[in-house]
Ligand binder design. Sequence first.
Ligand SMILES: O=C(O)C(=O)C[C@H](O)[C@H](O)COP(=O)(O)O
Length: 213
Amino acid sequence: MNQLLEKIKEFGIVPVVVLDNAKDAIPLAQALCDGGLPCAEITFRTDAAEDSIRILAKEFPHMLIGAGTVLTTEQVDRAVLAGAKFIVSPGLNSKIICHCAKKNIPIIPGCSTPSDVEQAIEHDLDVVKFFPAQQAGGLAYIKAIAAPYVGMKFMPTGGINAQNVKEYLTYDRVLACGGSWMVKNDLIQAGNFDKIKALTKEAIEIVKESRGN
Ligand SMILES: O=C(O)C(=O)C[C@H](O)[C@H](O)COP(=O)(O)O
């Protein structure tokens, strides 16, 4: 498996962040790092995404910063140029996967059906996002879909929180979980970075528990 994906596995959780204002990028990143999780997927849902990635790549070079909600090859280019180290998309788009392969940047596309997973295999991928995880059938569905595709690992995202993340993480075909519960937009907007740090610490404790240490 790609080294960067190994790193994501080590973290166990990828915070999915929506930033309305790039000025929040630094305190947000500081809270994540202080909480013990130097990793973030900055989503291209807002205009602030590209600047936020650029700021974090420069100011927090030790952090693993990726771009999420990537829907076009143009966004891939902007994300990579800004310094994103990985790309995540909600669905599987062959054009985007080929573009990422050309640029040699890891992509984790969203899958929610066996056909999606088979397309990912066609592209030689061994990790996919499972989205929307909780709503599409949760861990039971992942176990069922993982059975025939023995080489595939999953990053469940969507509806995951401090209450249900542990059960996902204890399944060995789950690489890591994605989620926004520790970086909720209202906490960012309220400047409540202490709470973000506390929720991040709690999340990291759950990762440790799921690994029996
Ligand atoms: O933006 C994307 O690229 C997505 O595919 C959706 C996000 O991953 C989920 O919205 C996160 O889910 P929550 O943790 O339930 O907020």
